[in-house]
Design a protein around this ligand. Structure first.
Ligand code: DX5
Ligand code: ZN
Length: 221
């Protein structure tokens, strides 16, 4: 079980210190949400921020988990790999040649992930599943932090878990969007192994350590 705080909700004025708090409290990965204003209606950050976080990743032995919500990701995966990404996840909706994109990521010695929007069927993953290191179930429509968990995501995680088990895949099963102390348990019971949380870690009134501990407690880590 891995907690992957999304830096989207962190304080960018003191990004390193804020992310460090989360890692020191027991979060293992750093989730980086890249948005281009085309694939999703919001613009966020690029490879330079991944590069800026790399020393912290090295120091804390963490993992830079890059979620590309962009059109034409093939154009940028090399830049993210050079910047220090350990995992790069692309959307099936943005990849007409998904097999090629996944091979490209793997050729850069980076773990390859695939994800899909809430209304996209898991059947779109069937052919690529044996090739990927991570499957990400979006439990909100991508574009913004702080949205509510879509309840039907739990059943989708369960089905994804069955699909992975059926082919003997050891890929991580990640869930992203609206994860907090009230929803993380359902996602874990359904078979998710990596939990992205933005608002529930960096937002609200509690400290980052308190927030992380509340999530850890529910999933028993
Ligand atoms: C949504 C992003 C998520 C999001 C998570 O487009 O991919 O990573 O920022 O934020 P919360 O946990 O606040 O829903
Ligand atoms: Zn994300």
């Amino acid at each position: 079980m891995i907690l992957a705080p999304s830096i989207l909700s962190a304080d960018f004025k003191r990004l390193e210190a804020h992310v460090r708090e989360a890692l020191q409290a027991g979060a293992q990965w750093i989730h980086v949400d890249v948005m281009d204003g085309h694939f999703v209606p919001n613009i966020t950050i690029g490879p330079m921020i991944v590069q800026a976080l790399k020393p912290l990743r090295d120091e804390m032995n963490s993992v830079l988990d890059v979620h590309l919500m962009i059109e034409n990701p093939d154009r940028y995966v090399t830049d993210f790999a050079r910047a220090g990404a350990d995992v790069i996840t692309v959307h099936v909706e943005a990849c007409p040649h998904l097999h090629r994109t996944i091979q490209l990521i793997k050729s850069l010695n980076v773990k390859a992930g695939v994800t899909l929007n809430p209304a996209t069927s898991l059947t779109t993953l069937e052919e690529i599943l044996p090739e990927v290191d991570l499957v990400l179930i979006m439990s909100v429509n991508p574009g913004f932090g702080g949205q509510s968990y879509i309840a039907t995501s739990t059943a989708k995680i369960k089905r994804a878990r069955e699909m992975l088990n059926a082919i003997g895949s050891k890929a991580w099963l990640e869930v992203d969007g609206g994860i907090n102390a009230a929803t993380i348990g359902d996602a874990a019971n359904a078979g998710a192994t990596v939990f992205v949380a933005g608002n529930a870690v960096f937002g609200g009134s509690g400290s980052v350590a308190e927030n992380i501990n509340a999530l850890k407690k529910v999933i028993g880590i």
